[in-house]
Design a protein around this ligand. Structure first.
Ligand code: SF4
Length: 462
């Protein structure tokens, strides 16, 4: 039987509760049960005037911001529309059916102004991490660090070759905010021109972003998001944005380890990372300065492809500080000249040990050792002791477990990129204060990942 035509009829009275219409398993309901934003008003209080029109509740804007990042809504206008229309978003933002939504310009103004200046995102993020620690989700015993490239919001075509780029010719008064921030961080290796890596092109709209072809396809402008995660439950303990260069990413990991210790009083027993973090200075910082076990592959360029003896064929005598060659002869440090300090190291932070020309001239192994040179030399990094510590760890069963745990860091990047569509930054600018344009989305991604993947406390086998 054909039923009656459905006609829109306005009821005189409604008995309606948004609460009843939000499914019990909705992701926003799960997040609402965890997140505590009660400190937001107090944190922002000093950024509001004591006079004038009452403001929009900052907690409301913070909740809208979370909805945007969790649901992959990149446009502020669209976010306002979606919160207006979607019952679950209204409920999460604590808005009733008839409550007005903030205008997108108010929302945008706060996000670019007070939220950035006040470090609000850092404040909320650290509160969430503290909750995870209190709940036993992060023990702080094992950290994993990694970086992931996020495309910058910069047009590839609007760029200048590095050779033609003259930052001193830019008038800061006329420049957009992202350019002013770039000019303010020129001496910062993480963002500015101080890095040893010279990019091929500089973006006009976001000059701090890095021109990179790291993904193998066409090059593009990007930043790196650096994560420090606790491997128990892949809780992101800290996040730091940098240019997409290795030196900057290594510096970010150091900064994050120190900051987590300062804020949460956590110090790891080991750090798990890939080869990018296996340089001598980084390993030495971990072993000697922080007492952290490096479960990191050591960068080793001493191998040879021409069949001649490698450095591994020479035995180091630590007591006498010399190498013994395969023919039983000694290779000693230079006693004078081109050395920068008492260690005898050159500018590349290596010490060269040389055999005696007399020994090599009459050696039956010369063709396998140094066929094109009068005598053999072997280099040793001034960080070799720490490199040896890392190499020793790489032979252990624990290291095999660490290699598995390292995947958790990669999963933490895949989650926001693949599930929430956050593979591209919406905001520009490099400033390193933790409420900065670049940090803000990175923090929210980490925050949201922590919130949307709550898991029961468990500790990985070790
Ligand atoms: S060539 Fe010199 S360094 Fe090489 S094995 Fe012979 S004596 Fe030793």
């Amino acid at each position: 039987m054909l039923g009656p035509r459905q006609e829109a009829q306005s009821a005189l009275f409604y008995d309606f509760s948004i609460e009843d219409h939000i499914p019990s398993d909705h992701v926003l309901r799960a997040i609402d049960g965890i997140i505590n934003l009660t400190g937001v008003r107090q944190h922002l209080a000093r950024f509001y005037s004591s006079t004038g029109r009452p403001s929009i509740d900052p907690e409301l804007m913070m909740r809208m911001l979370l909805v945007g990042y969790i649901m992959g809504i990149r446009s502020e206008r669209r976010l306002c529309d979606e919160v207006h229309l979607n019952l679950a978003y209204r409920w999460f933002c604590k808005l009733d059916l008839t409550d007005a939504i903030p205008d997108h310009s108010t929302f945008s103004k706060n996000r670019h102004g007070r939220f950035r200046d006040s470090d609000l995102l850092r404040h909320v993020f650290e509160a969430v991490v503290a909750q995870c620690i209190d709940a036993g989700l992060a023990s702080g015993q094992r950290y994993a660090a990694d970086a992931s490239i996020i495309a910058a919001d910069a047009n590839r075509q609007k760029s200048t070759p590095k050779a033609d780029w003259d930052p001193e010719g830019i008038d800061p008064e006329d420049a957009p905010r992202a350019v002013r921030e770039y000019l303010g961080t020129l001496d910062d290796a993480a963002f500015g021109a101080a890095s040893a890596v010279v990019p091929k092109f500089i973006s006009h709209s976001d000059p701090a972003s890095q021109w990179t072809g790291a993904r193998g396809g066409p090059a593009f402008f990007a930043y790196s998001t650096n994560y420090l995660i606790d491997t128990d439950n892949a809780v992101i303990l800290d996040v730091e944005p940098t240019r997409s260069v290795r030196q900057a990413e290594v510096g970010a990991v150091k900064a994050m380890i120190d900051r987590v210790q300062k804020v949460h009083d956590l110090k790891p027993e080991r750090l798990i990372a890939d080869t990018a973090y296996g340089s001598g200075p980084m390993l030495d910082w971990l072993v000697e300065k922080r007492g952290i076990a490096p479960h990191i592959p050591v960068i080793n360029k001493s191998g040879r492809k021409d069949g001649t003896f490698e450095r591994a064929d020479f035995t180091y005598d630590g007591e006498n500080d010399l190498y013994i060659c395969p023919n039983g002869k000694e290779l000693k440090k230079p006693l004078r000249a081109y050395q920068t300090g008492t260690s005898g190291a050159n500018k590349d932070e290596t010490i060269r040990y040389r055999a005696s020309k007399f020994d090599c001239d009459i050696c039956p192994l010369k063709q396998r050792c140094c066929p094109k040179e009068p005598q053999r030399k072997v280099t040793r990094s001034i960080y070799e002791a720490s490199r040896d510590v890392a190499s020793a760890f790489s032979q252990t069963q624990q290291y095999t477990i660490s290699c598995r745990l390292r995947k958790k860091a990669e999963m933490s990047f895949a989650h926001p990129k693949c599930i929430h569509g956050l593979g591209r930054l919406r905001l520009r600018g490099p400033s390193r204060d933790h409420g900065s344009a670049m940090t803000l989305p990175a923090m929210l991604v980490a925050l949201m990942t922590n919130l949307s993947s709550p898991q029961p406390p468990k500790t990985s086998k070790s």
